[in-house]
Each structure stands twice: as C-alpha cells, then as structure tokens.
Write a protein that binds this ligand. Structure first.
Ligand code: PXP
Length: 240
C-alpha cells in the first residue's frame, strides 16, 4: 500500500468557463464531483491576475466542500490577507510571474526570507497547513524547515517533461528521491506536483516518502474523454 493522497486541481475548469465568460463549467461542481469520487483534497490557485479561479469560486468552494481545500497563492500581502479571510485547510505558496503559462519553477526561498517566515507563522496560527512549492533541491528542503513550513511540494515539471519526451530521467528521479528522503528525515511532509500524467504518476508513486500528489491540467483534460469521476478513480488506483 502506498497510501498517497490525491489533490485534484480544478483551475482549468475555470479556464474553460472564463474562455466564454459564462457561468459554466462550474468549478464548484467540479470540486464536489472530485470529493464524491475519492479526491483527498481539492486544489485551486488564485492567481494575482485571476486568470482562472476567482475570489467568488474560492468563497463558494470553501463553504460547500467537506474535504480539505488547498489554496495555492503567491507570497504577497494581498494573497496572505485573502488566505486568512477564507481559512482554507491548506495553503501552498508558489512563485508567480504574470507572463508564465503555468508555475515554472519552485519558490526562491532566499528572496523574501523574512516575509516568508513571518507569514508562514501567521498562516499556521490560523490553523492552516503550510506547504512550499520547491525544486527538488536539498538546500531548498532544509531552508523550508528553517522557515517553519509543515510541508514541501516538490516541483515535478522537469521529470514529467523528460518522461513525456521519452528522455532519460535518471538524474532527475534521483534528485526527487533524495529530496523526499531528506524532507521526511527532518520532519517535513513531502508532496509532489506539476505536469503529472498517468505515466509519470505511476513512476513517481514508487518513490518512498511522498504523501500527496497535486494534479490538474492532465486530469481535467482527460476528463473530457473519460469523465471527471472516472479519471479521479484511475489516478487513485495508481497511488493507493
Ligand atoms: N502543484 C502546484 C504547486 C502548482 O502550481 C500546479 C499548477 O497550478 C500543480 C501542482 C498542478 O500542475 P498541473 O496542472 O500541471 O497538474
């Protein structure tokens, strides 16, 4: 039994909705279906430019969802304020660049160190579990512990690209294994996410010490063909 939890990221349900400025497809409906079909948490990323999830989605999902809501946010005063207002169970702090298509790398933990430390503590005082989205770097794992985070989410974008392109991913998987091992050793809960497909999830689920995957783009895309519930069930089978 691997017993890895599945966080279902529904940002791209909002992307499709926003493409036409309609009220559908509804991220709230997606969140409730995810809950019904075995998701362990639902993830939404409230970006500074609100390009997919809006504050109203956050409000509605928070009030109706019974499994934990994981809110991804940039480390800014505005976003910390919103997090404390809505109090999701989990926060994942991510880097954000306005022009990027998606979160391109892990947080730079040395930049804004003071800000991170005080705000991580502030979020924790509000009973919010705090995770930092980091590269599979031993230095960043150690730094996350010093900053008093509860968890780290290892950025899997690079390895997923290598797997998709059928390239050698030995070096990258070694980095992830070592990062996960260190994280566990120093008392951080280790998660992983970004770019995951059925194939990369299966490969990464064999790494010991990873407790949670957060999966969005591929999962929502696959749902067009197989349905959201079936796709979640298929991912769950790979990781339990
Ligand atoms: N984890 C984090 C921290 C992310 O920023 C994202 C993308 O929003 C994901 C996981 C999910 O990545 P993907 O949509 O590629 O599955």
């Amino acid at each position: 039994m691997k017993n890895i939890r599945l966080g279902v990221n529904i940002d791209h349900v909002a992307t499709v909705r926003n493409a036409r400025g309609e009220k559908y497809p509804s991220p709230l409906r997606a969140a409730l279906i995810a809950q019904k079909f075995g998701a362990d948490s639902v993830t939404i990323h409230l970006r500074e430019d609100r390009r997919h999830i809006k504050e109203l989605d956050l409000k509605q999902i928070k009030s109706k969802l019974r499994i934990p809501l994981n809110l991804e946010i940039a480390a800014t005063n505005e976003m910390i304020k919103i997090a404390i207002k809505y109090k999701p169970a989990f926060i994942c702090l991510v880097p954000e660049k306005r022009k990027e298509v998606t979160t391109e790398g892990g947080l730079n933990l040395r930049y804004k160190k003071k800000f991170l430390k005080s705000n991580i503590n502030k979020l924790k005082k509000n009973n919010i579990r705090v995770s930092l989205f980091v590269e599979p770097s031993l230095r960043d794992i150690r730094e996350s512990k010093i900053l008093n985070a509860d968890c780290v989410e290892i950025h899997t974008g690079k390895i997923c690209n290598l797997i998709n392109q059928k390239k050698n991913y030995k070096t990258e998987i070694k980095r992830i294994k070592e990062a996960a091992k260190l994280g566990n050793k120093i008392g951080l809960e280790v998660h992983a996410g970004h770019g995951l497909t059925f194939k990369s999830t299966k490969i990464l689920s064999k790494i010991s010490g990873i407790k949670e995957f957060n999966i969005g783009h591929f999962l929502v895309g696959e749902s067009i063909f197989s349905g959201l519930g079936n796709t979640i069930k298929k991912f769950k089978k790979l990781i339990i």
